[in-house]
Design a protein around this ligand. Sequence first.
Ligand SMILES: [Zn+2]
Length: 307
Amino acid sequence: MTTAFISHADCILHDMGPEHPESPLRLQAIHKVLERTGLIQELQQHTAVPATVEQIELAHSRQHRTGLEQQVPEEGIVHTDDDTALCPDSLHAASLAAGSAVQATDLVLGGGSHNAFCAIRPPGHHAEHNLAMGFCFYNNVAIGALHALQQPMVERVAIVDFDVHHGNGTVDIFKDRPEVLVCSTFQHPYYPERYQDIQRDNILNCPLAAHSKPALFRHALEDRWLPALLAHKPDIIFISAGFDAHVEDPMADLELTEDDYRWATQLLTDVARQCCDGRIVSVLEGGYNPVALAFSVQAHLEVLAAS
Ligand SMILES: [Zn+2]
């Protein structure tokens, strides 16, 4: 089957400073591993196109979008919160990241590819309807999902998020949209502490204590995500693919390895095959040890490409 791989060289221009963990090195490491292993040759490569204003405003208020545009500096960086900053190229990169999710959705729904992975930055799952935070400006996966829901063949969508941080932005955007099931695993208690206790039928939060063994992560997916996904019967599944729950990641304290990401991706491709003819759009979120990130993405893509 065909796996689309969508990226853009300008995504590395977003730069929040030399000490910042959400660094251009992350994407460079991914590209290097995919080229060295030859895996890139097995993927259908696409160059990301920027999201339109209308597509960004599917998930965000106009005030959010224009407020960010007004803060872009002509040089240097401007902080939008303690750990999130804009440089002159940041919103261009953010727009490419959001656009890649739309492009991936069109490819997968149109039959141009079986599934798709967006190797982009900045990430998106902390961006709420009206708030940039946690290294995120536009919620890429939410924009892709809302674009999917505009297509006549799509009535229900699922978003699954295995980033080590809770995807508060995605929950904020879909908390009152029962046609969108949002399943997350995340370290808890931990950043961002915003929607982890919300009670909604379409929000499935699976907190994991620091230093939980990978078996607990696997149980959460098998025992909680799997039945919820099968019951929801999504027409397409989006993955907020953050790899910062890796044991070698400096940001957090879970202990996953490439094997766990391979296993999780296999479970999700099996569910997608049962529910929606295998349609998956996976979008990069976190992962802050560039080497561990690159090998985890490789494992994720090997399963997507073989499914
Ligand atoms: Zn994260």
